[in-house]
Design a binder for this molecule. Structure first.
Ligand code: ZN
Ligand code: ZN
Length: 446
């Protein structure tokens, strides 16, 4: 109750037992000093007398007073050394594969920042299953960790920073207690900007985004697809070399893909057939696709590229990684479209191909607008409801305005938006073009 008087408000939603509110408060206040202090510190709001809690120096100092210790190998660390540092709270677990890659990337950046004397520290907040897993995972990390046994702190930090998924990197600024100084998207920033992201301040990130915009404004096909010792792409039959300069003035699709990726392999036949259809039209002569491989070895690259009718960056070329970074490719397959001037037209090439097939060419905003209007026009002549052979209920025509929206077609598994046939009863949704003819016959029988 003393704590309550002095401003501590117990967050009773932490207490999961089925008891009265007052009892919950008592449970919280009567809990170990450590837990109460941690909750007190962690749940203090901005503007209260404990305003400084937002700065990690204070947070660590606070922990210190309740004999907290951070483990780094076997030695405990003096928290006063944390003052004035940018702190990354790294939420991860050894059992979750996406954390493995990020831990490696983060280690590289951490070592680099340490070497150049930057004031950066990372604290690992583990979701490992047991202490053996924790110990072995943490032993590969060059930074500190909340001890595995300290469940309360780990839970409190997860709550405090609303951690919804791992890996998650929360960045705290040393001398900035403003709410918006804390960044929750450290993982994305590290992937996107690497060591350049440091010290993760608003000013720094604004500058990086500004540079990025400039880079995109000034991008040319040549600077994207060549490097100092290569000015060609691979063509068929191998080992044919096609000069990058020959693509100038064309609409170019960069196809990020890999043979090990099932959605890629599924999308390939469609892209190949549409590519060939576009190439057959007079205006489609100026269309080209360049395969940017995410394959794991030369052999799979060779056998994969062999089936593609277009060009490719050589396997292992550093430009592949640079391009993925430049266009912020988050998943494959991905088709980025560049216009005749080398500027980005759209990163949604795959969706546009799925929606409009060869008609999507040249993928410009103006073209998409025309196609959307056309589809609205066509929809006027579509029946309001149909029966489709793949489903036993009646399907209703919907659009974005009346119950529709982006969907995955249950018939062809590809994305759709705009007009669709939807079963209002069970959510089954298909492209209008995927409704199979002859289905009407079923209605007569059932
Ligand atoms: Zn479909
Ligand atoms: Zn249904």
């Amino acid at each position: 109750m003393e704590m309550k008087k002095s401003g501590y408000s117990p967050k009773t939603n932490f207490v999961l037992q089925d008891v009265k509110e007052q009892e919950k408060e008592q449970i919280l206040c009567g809990h170990s000093e450590k837990l109460a202090a941690a909750f007190g510190l962690l749940s203090t709001r901005l503007g209260s007398p404990l305003r400084e809690i937002r700065t990690l120096g204070f947070l660590f100092a606070g922990w210190n007073t309740v004999s907290w210790s951070l483990s780094s190998g076997n030695s405990s660390v003096d928290h006063s050394t944390k003052k004035g540092k940018v702190i990354g709270l790294y939420f991860a677990a050894n059992w979750y594969p996406p954390c493995w890659n990020f831990t490696q990337v983060l280690s590289g950046i951490y070592e680099e920042l340490k070497t150049n004397g930057s004031n950066f520290e990372i604290v690992y907040v583990s979701s490992d299953e047991d202490s053996d897993a924790f110990n072995s995972y943490h032993s590969g990390m060059p930074w500190l960790a909340i001890p595995f046994s300290d469940l309360e702190t780990k839970k409190a930090l997860n709550r405090k920073f609303d951690v919804e998924g791992i890996p998650c990197l929360v960045i705290l600024q040393p001398n900035d207690n403003k709410e918006d100084a804390t960044l929750h998207d450290g993982v994305e920033l590290v992937y996107r900007f690497g060591v350049e992201a440091f010290p993760f301040t608003k000013e720094r990130l604004e500058k990086l985004h500004e540079e990025l915009r400039e880079k995109h404004d000034n991008q040319t096909l040549t600077c994207l697809l060549t490097n100092h010792d290569r000015d060609f792409l691979l063509g068929h039959p191998g080992p044919k070399q096609v000069p990058v300069a020959s693509l100038t003035g064309k609409t170019v699709g960069l196809y990020f893909s890999a043979q090990w990726c099932i959605p890629c392999v599924k999308f390939d036949p469609k892209l190949i057939s549409i590519y060939q259809k576009i190439k057959q039209t007079p205006e489609g002569e100026d269309f080209e696709i360049v395969f940017v491989s995410h394959d794991r070895d030369q052999e799979s690259f060779d056998s994969y590229f062999d089936k593609m009718p277009w060009l490719a960056l050589p396997f292992g070329d550093p430009a592949a990684k640079d391009l993925a970074k430049h266009f912020d490719v988050k998943g494959i397959p991905c088709l980025v479209i560049l216009g005749p001037d080398g500027k980005t037209v759209t990163k949604q090439g795959r969706n546009l191909i799925n929606l409009y097939q060869e008609n999507a060419y040249p993928f410009t905003e103006a073209k998409v607008e025309v196609l959307e209007k056309q589809i609205d026009e066509e929809a006027k002549s579509l029946p309001r409801s149909v029966f489709h052979s793949g489903h036993r209920h009646e399907l209703s025509l919907v659009s974005e305005g009346n119950g529709g929206g982006p969907f995955i077609c249950c018939s062809c598994d590809e994305q759709g938006c705009g007009w669709a046939y939807l079963c209002l009863e069970c959510g089954y949704e298909v492209h209008p073009r995927c409704v199979t003819a002859g289905a009407q016959a079923c209605t007569g029988n059932s």
